[in-house]
Design a protein around this ligand. Structure first.
Ligand SMILES: Cc1ncc(COP(=O)(O)O)c(C=O)c1O
Ligand SMILES: N[C@@H](CCCC[NH3+])C(=O)O
Length: 417
């Protein structure tokens, strides 16, 4: 459920503001986020876990805009980061470093040092080489690094192959069969302290079964580690809960949390950590775009819009489908359009074969663009990245301005004489 709805005037609004007004004020393409939707999604997770000790660590990679992070920080959210850049964003947005978990297969020494200096909650370590590096950096700083090991449970998440992460053939995590041995090794290192166990099997999961299967495998491991004298105080189940883009019916956070809590009946003292990204941000944002031209040939009708694959990569990269709707719907006979951007690539489309009644100048909203939208945008074709706006009731706040054109070459220079 989100707060982008058609109102009595027949137009699409974001909370208490017409999207057409925002397009007028800020221009297009424009990312528009809804504070109420972000808050609703975060609370849905938090409430679902109830009294069981837990921490929701929003996955910053899904949408790292400072305005978005600030809304979540004010709710008391934790954060899952994968780079120093994301860590600095969390700080700049008012987030608490003590609620940060650090994921990712390639953490550098400076990144580790900064995270240690800030005293983050946990490093989710993905290899033995990373254990050695972290032990060394922590030793040099006279610190002890809190760690969990990301275990690859070899579970099929049944999602797009590019966003499946929990299979043996994926680069992520430590093989399940070697976990006990690697925990022993971690435990032997003087500047590391074992706290947790972690997994993340993929993104946009629409079924509970893979989550349950991997949680069961991890709980079995926790018991085995107990026999080895290693006690685990938190279980990080990662992110991955899917959302509805078209007709998917992913589990609600309440069903998901209940399924996990049922499994944890013998482990009441283990804190549950969640790393949701998409489930919080995707349906809290739309990408607003204007039709520049309509173009018809024998085969196709094209609507050439001012947003492109550089603004929203998901359709080009994953053949992802996102709903595209008119902001001010027209009466008339619909035609079937391909909605394409100005970028010089055949793959530059945001939607194909969409039945719409359109004229040049019309505004369209690409729904479900709040996660993996702006964060994956680029300057390809030397295009400025879009502005981002946060709607809060009947107020709007520009949370990132459109890049000034000159910023697209200012960091570069021609060769000396
Ligand atoms: C380690 C980790 N945690 C959390 C997430 C967030 O995933 P999602 O946006 O699917 O919830 C990801 C991305 O898939 C990830 O790699
Ligand atoms: N970027 C992907 C999700 C990646 C998940 C990252 N671990 C998407 O848009 O669906």
């Amino acid at each position: 459920m989100d707060y982008f709805n058609y109102q009595d005037d027949g137009q699409l609004w974001a909370e208490d503001l017409p999207l057409a007004q925002l397009a007028e004020q800020y221009g297009t393409p424009l990312y528009v986020y809804s504070r109420a939707t972000l808050e609703r999604h975060w609370h849905a997770f938090d409430k679902a876990v109830g009294d069981h000790p837990h921490l929701i660590c929003y996955a910053v990679k899904a949408n790292s805009n400072l305005g978005v992070l600030n809304v979540l920080a004010r709710l008391g959210s934790g954060f899952d980061i994968v780079s120093q850049g994301e860590l600095e964003r969390v700080l700049a947005a008012g987030g608490d470093p003590k609620k940060v978990v650090f994921s990712g297969v390639g953490k550098t020494e400076p990144e580790m040092a900064r995270a240690l200096e800030l005293g983050i909650k946990c490093f989710n370590v993905e290899s033995e080489a990373e254990l050695d590096r972290l032990n060394k950096v922590a030793g040099e700083l006279g610190k002890v690094a809190p760690i969990s090991l990301r275990i690859n449970p070899d579970v099929d998440a049944k999602t797009h192959p590019y966003i499946s992460t929990g299979l043996k053939e994926n680069k992520f995590g430590i093989a399940f069969d070697r976990a006990r041995e690697v925990y022993q090794y971690a435990n032997s290192l003087p500047h590391l302290s074992v706290h947790g166990i972690d997994c993340h099997i993929g993104s946009q999961l629409t079924e509970l079964a893979p989550f349950i299967e991997s949680t069961d495998r991890l709980l079995g491991l926790i018991d085995a580690l107990g026999q080895d004298g290693i006690s685990i105080d938190h279980l990080d189940v990662g992110g991955g809960l899917g959302v509805t883009y078209s007709d998917e019916k992913p589990p609600e956070p309440s069903d998901y949390a209940k399924a996990l809590l049922d499994r944890l009946s013998n482990h009441q003292d283990i804190e549950l950590v969640f790393e949701p990204g998409r489930a919080i941000a995707a349906n809290a944002g739309v990408l607003l775009t204007q039709v520049e031209f309509l173009k018809h040939n024998e085969e196709k009708n094209f609507a050439i819009i001012d947003a492109a694959m550089n603004d929203l990569l998901r359709p080009a990269l994953y053949q992802a489908w996102q709903d595209i709707v008119p902001v001010q719907p027209r009466q008339g006979e619909a035609k079937t359009y391909d909605l394409v951007g100005p970028v010089c690539e055949t793959g530059d489309y945001l939607g194909k074969d969409r039945a719409l009644v359109l004229e040049a100048g019309d505004l369209l909203a690409v729904r479900s663009s709040g996660a993996y939208g702006f964060v994956m945008s680029s300057n390809y074709n030397t295009r400025c990245r879009a502005a981002e706006v946060m709607v809060d009731g009947d107020q709007s706040h520009l949370v990132r301005q459109r890049e000034p054109l000159a910023s697209l070459w200012e960091l570069e220079q021609v060769l000396p004489e």
